[in-house]
Design a binder for this molecule. Structure first.
Ligand SMILES: *[C@@H]1O[C@H](CO)[C@@H](O)[C@H](O)[C@H]1NC(C)=O
Length: 515
């Protein structure tokens, strides 16, 4: 009996000390990033941890365990201007622009007065920092301030910039770069392009942006750390001191990339398994959709005011020709809607996709939307608009769960063809079901894994046992350049030696002949 009590007390005290103070940093002012941050915060708070959340999207009544720090005062993101994208004037494929924009945003976040109050409060402590990785490692400075381990949350498939911090870069001959839509196995030209991007972007990051980030780190954090009675670690030491990466990635919708021990793929953690009931009107619409319902949403970044009038009308014409019901998430109510088309300004996407009568999802291919499509086993038509959506859709199409339609002035015609194909073939639904099985068949849910690994890092003070030895090995040693140099020198000396010996012999033979 006493043994049982000892066990109970031991477990209880273990659980009591198990509540950690966690700083969660997601300042990127875009809806989907807010959803990812909110997911981390919800899971950690529900597990009993005390969370401080740096966010541009504070909510009215946060969880009692959550303190929000509002950083919505930063400059807004450039708007996704559909007209400019249609005219191919706006491009998102410039990695330097992305790095520059993220550097500015991360500086603004640290300079925000709420964040300044936090880091300059000497009584404030944390057990671990969880920050979204967006192009630079400046937020590692927060871990240096609070003298605690830190975790990156990477929003996309594993790539060299993030893996380099905990292990090594990926081999570009079979791993597409962060913004590449190429699918291995690569052709010779693709392999060359990947190599060029790998080297080019790596050099820009290492020799340009890392230097800028180092200056910013010194400017923003050195004094703060000194005031806490410690010396600031160097930025390069700090950068390679990442404890763990939580990846918003998974093989069900991505690539089976070789990963280090401290990279944990937790894609889908943001989906709340308790699906909220639909509002009455939508519930009725879906229940009554005898021929199925097609859900059409281009996400939260594309504003309807930029969509050309003609395109709107042509899309409606295509939808009018379908026997299915179409639910279009759009900001404005269009006049003269066909009877099978319904427009909603706000849509509870997971609840719609969860309904058995929802048979197809026309999506911009945001990472979260595709995760939800696979979660609920729905085929897609992808219309990528910006950023990582091209890669996401490329990957989903390659896996066979749908078709792609390019955004253009006459995309209505292309969409009509794609709809005909998607609705007549059962292969896309079958594939979506297959991927959904792979997605769900894991030893633990991604949500449980996320909480587990954050706790693991806090409990073990940075999980040093998971770190790859590769981060301590310099580039030249990995490539055995030192051995190559030694060999070359040895060969050179040998050649000299042979020349001198044999040369000397020949000379003396010549001399003997003359005599
Ligand atoms: C690296 O992280 C560990 C664990 O959080 C910490 O104890 C150590 O001081 C950190 N080192 C540097 C250089 O930041």
């Amino acid at each position: 009996m006493t043994k049982i009590w000892v066990a109970v007390v031991a477990i209880a005290s273990f659980c009591a000390c198990d509540a950690f103070k966690i700083l969660v940093v997601f300042p990127f002012p875009s809806k989907s990033h807010g959803i990812l941050g909110e997911g981390v915060v919800r899971l950690l708070a529900n597990s009993g941890h005390e969370v401080t959340y740096i966010t541009p999207f504070p909510v009215k009544n946060p969880h009692p365990n959550v303190t929000q720090l509002d950083v919505s005062d930063q400059p807004p993101l450039p708007e996704a201007n559909l007209t400019a994208i249609l005219n191919k004037e706006q491009s998102y494929s410039d990695i330097s622009k992305f790095f520059k924009m993220m550097t500015d945003m991360n500086i603004a976040t640290i300079l925000n007065k709420n964040v300044q109050t936090l880091i300059n409060d000497p009584k404030q402590t944390f057990d671990v920092v969880v920050a979204e990785w967006m192009g630079n490692e400046l937020f590692a400075g927060l871990a240096a301030v609070f003298d605690c381990p830190y975790i990156w949350l990477s929003t996309v498939e594993p790539h060299s910039f993030i893996l380099e911090l905990i292990d090594d870069t990926l081999n570009p001959s079979y791993n597409p770069g962060i913004i590449s839509a190429a699918v291995p196995p690569f052709s010779f030209t693709q392999r060359l392009k990947e190599l060029a991007f790998h080297i080019g972007s790596g050099l820009i990051k290492t020799f340009y942006f890392n230097k800028i980030d180092e200056e910013n780190y010194k400017m923003l954090f050195e004094e703060v750390i000194r005031k806490r009675g410690r010396g600031a670690p160097s930025f390069s030491e700090l950068r390679y001191n990442t404890s763990l990466v939580l990846g918003n990635s998974h093989v069900s919708l991505g690539r089976p990339t070789r990963l280090p021990q401290n990279y944990k793929p937790v894609r889908g953690y943001h989906i709340n398994p308790e699906i909220k009931p639909l509002p009455n009107d939508l519930q009725k619409l879906l229940d009554n959709a005898k021929n199925g319902l097609i859900f059409f949403s281009l996400g939260s970044n594309v504003k309807s005011k930029y969509m050309p009038e003609n395109l709107k009308r042509n899309l409606l014409k295509v939808f009018a020709g379908l026997k299915q019901t179409v639910l279009w998430k759009f900001e404005e109510n269009l006049p003269n809607l066909p009877s099978n088309v319904h427009i909603v300004q706000w849509a509870p996407q997971p609840s719609i996709l969860a309904h058995p009568n929802c048979i197809l999802f026309i999506t911009h291919g945001g990472s979260l939307s595709l995760t939800e499509a696979v979660y609920f086993a729905k085929p897609i038509i992808g219309v990528p608009v910006l950023a990582d959506q091209f890669t996401n859709v490329g990957m989903a199409i390659n896996l066979g769960i749908g078709l792609k339609v390019d955004l253009s002035y006459d995309m209505a015609d292309d969409l009509k063809v794609a709809l005909g194909e998607a609705l007549s073939s059962s292969s896309y639904t079958a594939k979506a079901k297959e991927l959904s099985l792979i997605y769900h068949h894991r030893p633990a849910t991604p949500a449980a894994e996320l909480v587990h690994w954050v706790e693991h890092v806090a409990l073990t003070r940075g999980a040093p046992h998971l770190r790859s030895p590769a981060i301590d090995v310099p580039f030249y040693q990995k490539l055995y350049l030192d051995l190559a140099a030694i060999t070359l020198i040895a060969l050179y000396i040998l050649k000299k030696l042979i020349n001198t010996l044999f040369g000397a012999k020949k000379n003396s033979q010549k001399k003997q002949k003359k005599n």
